[in-house]
Design a binder for this molecule. Structure first.
Ligand SMILES: [Zn+2]
Length: 157
């Protein structure tokens, strides 16, 4: 390899590292020790702990429900805070649960009540369980089932 080639390789590797550094997200450790990608702000711990609670609730639902589609996915779902884009979108499931992004704050900066975030979680879990994408009858049936079977007050966590 000549000096020119080595120079190009080093430059490309440096560029990759810079891009990785800039797009790595802001990972904050919850009290459980699990880290979550959250918005940079003074109360990051609240966001990380809330996402941790939602993750644990999802695992509890999966354990109680025994749905194979949810069971296959639940251990690898990455929970993240949703803080960009349209404020009216409060939850997003990427590729049927590879990543679940949930909004934790209202537009005016106040915290969204946990019960509302939990309903959004159930909405997204219904997407993971339903075979087809979108808000169709099958998704609706699953969402209604989750809401009536796993109300927040009945959960152990
Ligand atoms: Zn939806």
């Amino acid at each position: 390899m000549d000096t020119g080639t080595i120079c190009i390789v080093v430059s490309v590797l440096t560029l990759i590292l810079i891009v990785k550094y800039l797009t790595r997200g802001n990972y904050v450790k919850a009290d459980s020790g699990v880290s979550y990608n959250v918005r940079k702000q003074p109360d990051e711990k609240y966001a990380a702990n809330t996402l941790d609670k939602l993750r644990n609730l999802s695992i509890e639902i999966s354990d109680k429900m025994g749905n194979i589609r949810l069971e296959r996915k639940i251990d690898t779902v990455k929970f993240e805070e949703l803080y960009t884009g349209d404020d009216n979108i409060i939850g997003v499931s990427v590729n049927k649960g590879d990543v679940l992004k949930l909004r934790l704050y209202n537009k005016n900066g106040t915290k969204i009540p946990f019960g509302e975030i939990y309903l959004t979680l159930l909405h997204e879990l219904a997407h993971i369980i339903a075979v087809k994408y979108g808000h169709h009858q099958s998704w609706e049936n699953r969402f209604e089932y989750l809401k009536s079977t796993f109300p927040l007050g009945s959960m152990a966590i």
